[in-house]
Ligand binder design. Structure first.
Ligand SMILES: Cc1cc2nc3c(=O)[nH]c(=O)nc-3n(C[C@H](O)[C@H](O)[C@H](O)COP(=O)(O)OP(=O)(O)OC[C@H]3O[C@@H](n4cnc5c(N)ncnc54)[C@H](O)[C@@H]3O)c2cc1C
Length: 196
């Protein structure tokens, strides 16, 4: 609808996450919507849009986790404690190696879903790939950014380093464009399970 419509207003909601894209409560009070603005395909059109957005969102969080991991690796290589780089400790190095595996798994799933989408297949044939990519990307970005935060140690919790910002921003990933539960439901249904 036209954002200048009479009766439509918006009120800012302060969030801990996603601050570059502010969040608003939309208030509709007797708003009249002209018939020419009604979406013809309705819900089906919105759901197709959601599925496309889920691939974009997976790609967004892939970039986010890649950035967080790149920062954490560099930090682990250059930050010294007790006379050596913290990345020389297997306990730190293995966490970063695990994060690498997460990033690469999400990259392949996301590109696979995008290729399937671009090939023009009907929506019903790409939902499984889309929801799988979206689910794993939004789970992995939480893990990878938590690892980056942990590698940052106490400094990671300060505004001197970007680690906390990476971790905080990742917390919105599990809920946007269909939460983890919604993706799991879509996957289960595509697997033929009678899941409501
Ligand atoms: C800063 C911010 C930005 C956002 N941006 C977007 C955006 O751009 N696009 C977008 O699509 N969404 C976005 N969201 C998410 C969206 O606004 C909602 O938060 C989301 O759809 C969940 O709805 P809710 O918060 O009312 O939670 P609720 O519906 O109250 O759900 C709470 C919990 O219960 C689970 N749940 C609810 N119903 C069921 C069910 N039937 N079966 C199983 N589990 C269930 C949910 O998965 C969730 O874990 C954003 C959220 C925030 C905080």
């Amino acid at each position: 609808m036209d954002r200048r419509s009479a009766g439509l207003s918006a009120k800012r909601i302060e969030t801990h996450v996603n601050r570059p894209a502010p969040t608003y409560r939309i208030i509709l009070d007797e708003v009249r919507v002209p018939a020419r603005r009604v979406m013809e395909a309705g819900f089906a059109e919105i759901m197709a849009g959601f599925n496309r957005e889920r691939i974009m969102v997976a790609a967004r969080w892939l970039g986010h986790m890649q950035t967080a991991l790149g920062w954490a690796v560099e930090y682990a290589r250059t930050r010294t404690a007790f006379g050596r780089a913290i990345g020389a400790n297997q306990s730190i190095a293995f966490q970063l190696a695990q994060s690498h595996a997460d990033v690469e798994a999400v990259r392949h799933l996301t590109y696979h879903a995008a290729r399937r989408w671009d090939s023009g297949l009907p929506l019903s044939e790409v939902i499984l790939d889309v929801s799988t990519a979206k689910l794993l990307a939004t789970q992995a970005v939480v893990r990878v950014t938590q690892t980056a935060l942990h590698v940052g140690g106490g400094w990671g919790l300060t505004e001197e380093l970007p680690a906390m910002r990476y971790a905080l921003d990742a917390l919105v990933a599990p809920v946007t464009v269909g939460s983890w539960e919604i993706q799991l439901r879509a996957i289960a249904r595509q697997m033929g399970l009678p899941c409501d």
